[in-house]
Design a binder for this molecule. Structure first.
Ligand SMILES: Cc1cc2nc3c(=O)[nH]c(=O)nc-3n(C[C@H](O)[C@H](O)[C@H](O)COP(=O)(O)O)c2cc1C
Length: 397
């Protein structure tokens, strides 16, 4: 989505200016043309040479140091997006007041493009009513504000807001701004992810190898496309993606309950979790002691979340199921698509190296009810998530 896009990256005079080097590099690697504009303050922290090396383009700085072009007008007009990261308290004040005393502030006044800012400063500076009032003004004018977050500051530990968001998270916000008119913008997307755990006794469980990665990547990608995302997750060790609402569940019954509660509001339901199909018939109150000889565990089926969903689905909701098949995966997937009244189904072929559980990559086939079929060859789960969401958008079109 970044290929051929033009971004102006304004960098102001805060310690977090070093993070913007990674942002500039990330955007460039993704295919964007990045014009970096440094304030005088920013140059005290990171020099233009570093930005020129990662963007392969000249860095701009002064209103007056120009070769004939009206940079403060042309740069902003040509940009698809302007990002200011880090944005100092000083920059927020100058922008809020409509000042134009350097290239960056003049450009921010003269641009019709969307603006995203990532404030970063000492926690007291951020909490100061002057800064808060400036931010409120800028938000009111339609600027998007990413962060700051709580965490260690250059001057020491802090649990208050002030630290700049990490470059990758700023990139996520940037993508969300650019896709603000896209098909998933403002849509409510629910993603289920991870395994469930069915208790045998207070310490033992039945579970499976699902890592939750596919669902977490889907939630992140849907959020980046502008959706309001709820991620219903079984137990995983993953860090929840920025921006999504996380609902933690343990058992298949809890997962079914959480999906049921979310349904009335949902536009797209992506069922990437691997819920346990069976649970112990009874849960022992105390830990079962070790005994000699074979033991038998009686299992009963858990609720079929897909089937229970169908009865309560809002008519316009798109339901995407996930299946792990072996053998003739496509034929089995088509049957499941029909039997479970799904709109789309994503089939993992778990027997292929690089696919299925517990790896960072996947290989899938996406089928839809209208007869569409797409094979997605080996790639990262993040890239597979994009392919799945592209298929969902095409299907809903
Ligand atoms: C070592 C040092 C670190 C600073 N870090 C920040 C910061 O993180 N955030 C901030 O708002 N100001 C910070 N300042 C203050 C700004 O650099 C100062 O307000 C400057 O005028 C900002 O100019 P600019 O916004 O035009 O780049 C820092 C100053 C120094 C000397």
């Amino acid at each position: 989505m970044w290929q051929g896009r033009r971004v102006v990256l304004g960098v102001t005079g805060g310690i977090a200016a070093y993070k913007s080097v990674l942002l500039a590099r990330g955007l460039t690697e993704l295919g964007a043309t990045v014009d970096v504009v440094l304030t005088r303050g920013a140059r005290e922290f990171v020099g233009p040479v570093t930005f020129e090396a990662v963007t392969h383009r000249p860095v701009r700085g002064s209103l007056w140091d120009r070769d004939g072009a009206l940079d403060h007008v042309t740069l902003g007009r040509a940009a698809d997006l302007i990002i200011v990261a880090p944005a100092t308290a000083h920059l927020l004040a100058r922008a809020a007041a409509g000042m134009a005393d350097d290239l960056l502030t003049a450009l921010l006044l003269a641009t019709p493009s969307p603006v995203l800012i990532a404030p970063a400063m000492n926690d007291e500076m951020f909490a100061n009513p002057a800064t808060q009032a400036n931010l409120a003004l800028l938000r009111g004018r339609g600027w998007t504000v990413a962060g700051p977050v709580a965490g260690p500051l250059a001057e020491g530990p802090s649990d208050r807001l002030g630290r700049m968001m990490e470059p990758d998270q700023v990139l996520g916000h940037a993508e969300r701004v650019l896709r603000r008119a896209g098909p998933l913008a403002g849509r409510r997307v629910v993603v289920t992810a991870g395994p469930t755990r069915e208790p045998i006794d207070p310490v033992r469980v039945i579970s499976n190898r699902s890592s939750g990665r596919m669902g977490y990547r889907l939630a992140e990608a849907a959020w980046r496309r502008g959706a309001d995302v709820t991620l219903i997750s079984g137990p995983t060790a993953l860090i929840p993606p920025v921006g999504v609402t996380l609902v933690r569940v343990e058992t298949t019954e809890e997962l079914a309950g959480a999906v049921g509660r979310a349904l009335p509001e949902t536009d797209v339901l992506l069922m990437a979790a691997a819920p346990a199909d069976f649970r112990p018939a009874t849960v022992l109150k105390g830990k079962k002691p070790r005994v000699e000889g074979a033991q038998t565990l009686e299992l009963v089926p858990t609720s079929d979340i897909l089937l229970s969903t169908i009865g309560h689905r809002p008519p316009a909701m798109t339901v995407v199921g996930f299946a792990l098949e072996t053998g003739d995966a496509v034929a089995q997937g088509r049957a499941k698509l029909r039997n479970k009244s799904l709109d789309l189904i994503v089939i993992n072929d778990a027997l292929q190296p690089g696919a299925g559980f517990d790896v960072d990559t996947n290989i899938v086939t996406i089928l839809d009810k209208k007869g569409g079929e797409e094979s997605v060859t080996l790639r990262s789960k993040a890239a597979v998530a994009e392919a799945i969401l592209d298929a969902v958008e095409r299907y809903r079109d």
